[in-house]
Design a protein around this ligand. Structure first.
Ligand SMILES: [Zn+2]
Length: 188
């Protein structure tokens, strides 16, 4: 059964840090989170990760993780405490907008193989010409910040339809493997 904390929009940062820590400690160093724990960890931190892996601590014995964060084509070590401490409005807003965008043309992209190298290893749908965050920012610039509401851990747009329409007029996609995706990120 779901933890009742999931329903509490006022969950404290302290509680989020405890939950994140408990989650990490369930795994051995070097092992990757299950899909549901990846989702949960992302919700606690306010980011949408593709995968999360427990890594060896750098300093002392504090539990550490590596993540893949496709929205910013980032793969590497992740300061999870810092992301929880900085869990704030912008993150919530961008997350809610990303969620809304998933209901449109994004859903129709077929993940068959990498558009650049033909591999089918760890494929992800990538915003090809305009990064998602840039689409979100131009919407905010033109129409103001959309209203968001809390649902469980996360946030959603009160009116997802207007952003979805705006997003789908601009967005085009390509399917990339993890390796080509990280090379793309490195070029920016
Ligand atoms: Zn590739």
């Amino acid at each position: 059964m779901a933890n009742t904390d999931n329903k509490n929009p006022k969950m404290t940062k302290k509680r989020r840090r405890e939950l994140a820590r408990e989650l990490i400690l369930r795994y051995e160093v070097g092992s990757r989170f299950s899909n549901s724990d990846t989702l949960l960890f992302g919700q606690i931190c306010g980011y949408e990760f593709e995968w999360v892996e427990r890594s060896a601590p750098k300093i002392g014995s504090a539990p550490a993780v590596c993540v893949s964060y496709p929205a910013e084509t980032y793969t590497g070590s992740w300061g999870w405490r810092k992301s929880i401490d900085g869990y704030e409005q912008r993150q919530n807003l961008i997350g809610a907008m990303r969620l809304a965008s998933r209901a449109g043309t994004f859903k129709q992209v077929k993940k068959d193989m990498c558009a650049q190298c033909g591999s089918n290893d760890l494929l992800a749908v990538d915003h090809k010409s305009v990064p998602f965050v840039r689409i979100a920012e131009s919407f905010i610039k033109e129409q103001g910040k959309p209203a968001i509401q809390n649902v469980d851990f996360g946030w959603e747009l009160v009116d997802p339809a207007s952003f979805l329409e705006f997003h789908d007029e601009i967005a085009d996609y390509q399917v990339l493997c993890a390796s080509c995706n990280s090379k793309k990120g490195a070029k920016v």
